[in-house]
Design a protein around this ligand. Sequence first.
Ligand code: ADP
Ligand code: MG
Length: 372
Amino acid sequence: MEHLKEVAKIAEWGIKGDAARVSAYLSQLIEKLSCEDDKKAVQRLHSVLADSGPNIESSAIGAHARLPVDSESRLALADEEAPRLDEFPVILDSTTSHRIEEFISFVKNADELEAHGVGLSPSLISYGPPGTGKTQLARYIAGRLNMPLVIARADTLISSYLGSTSKNLRTLFEHVGHRHCILFLDELDAFAKLRDDQQELGELKRVVVSLLQNLDNMNPHTILIAATNHDHLLDPAIWRRFTFKIPLHHPSVEERDRLLVLYLGHYMKGLNKELLAEISESLSGSDLRTISQDAIRDAVIRKKETVDQDRLVWRIAEARLKQDIDFANPSPKNLQAVQSLNPHVFTGKKIAEMFKTSTSTVSRRLKQEVTK
Ligand SMILES: Nc1ncnc2c1ncn2[C@@H]1O[C@H](COP(=O)(O)OP(=O)(O)O)[C@@H](O)[C@H]1O
Ligand SMILES: [Mg+2]
């Protein structure tokens, strides 16, 4: 029988009365059936999941009311989200996607791995420059696993009463240890700086020690994801606690192409994708998303079905060169910057077309000396 494993798990946890796990395995089954395009079965099981009542609701998702709070400020120590499958797509290189798939399958098959004596505590840290999709990746994984994402709030955890930080960490780890959820420590460096950093106070060192203790005592079933922009600032002992270490980087030309397609959708029609992907070198996924959305806004306001390629190039140039370009009256510096993106493509003639001005003006301005 196909999918016997999921059906057996649903039966097992159903008998044991663990609604959260029933829901998790049911979601896995739905995902597999969706891949096989069994629409009827998917619809049927979705309605079972939706009708399953408060039992599953309260244990698997929507437990905001129970999130622990800081005893001084009464502010929640974490936020909770229930990302939906496909809500947060990520574009990754093939090695990274492969590692993520591996992580997801380890989590899904945790019981079986444990039964064979090769269980592992599922923990993953992603690291890399800002805007490369670290936070998005955590949401994507939660969506794929259909599990709530409990996002630690560094601002409340590290309270002005530094003494309470260790207590807060303990409370939060205990909370997630009792639930079927993913704990997400975003911007981990905020509380996991090197212990021997001379500038840090003794109190902050204690926070790191406390974090380490919590990581060591963590319920082995707790799924932990962390992210940091500053992996070099992390304490090596904390770094070692993670089984999956995933570097994220600025997208390659092929990934930029996919990101533009993802964020421009049908507005992309008729554009020179290759050119846009090529000239957006060094931009992050986040930059490409912002640029795409701005371009779509332009198109909507101008009542156009597609975005204007020249305006898109102009926005890419602005982001890459970190300078505002006056589209109506570009300065010599602006024009030279645009040309430097790719002198073969952005010839004087092309630039004149883009900015709707004469080639003589452009060539004069391109030759003009720019004072730095
Ligand atoms: N690799 C990527 N795939 C898809 N979207 C991305 C990627 N990188 C960045 N983005 C987009 O940029 C936005 C910001 O990314 P984020 O995950 O917050 O970056 P980080 O946490 O690394 O600073 C995301 O919401 C997403 O829309
Ligand atoms: Mg982030």
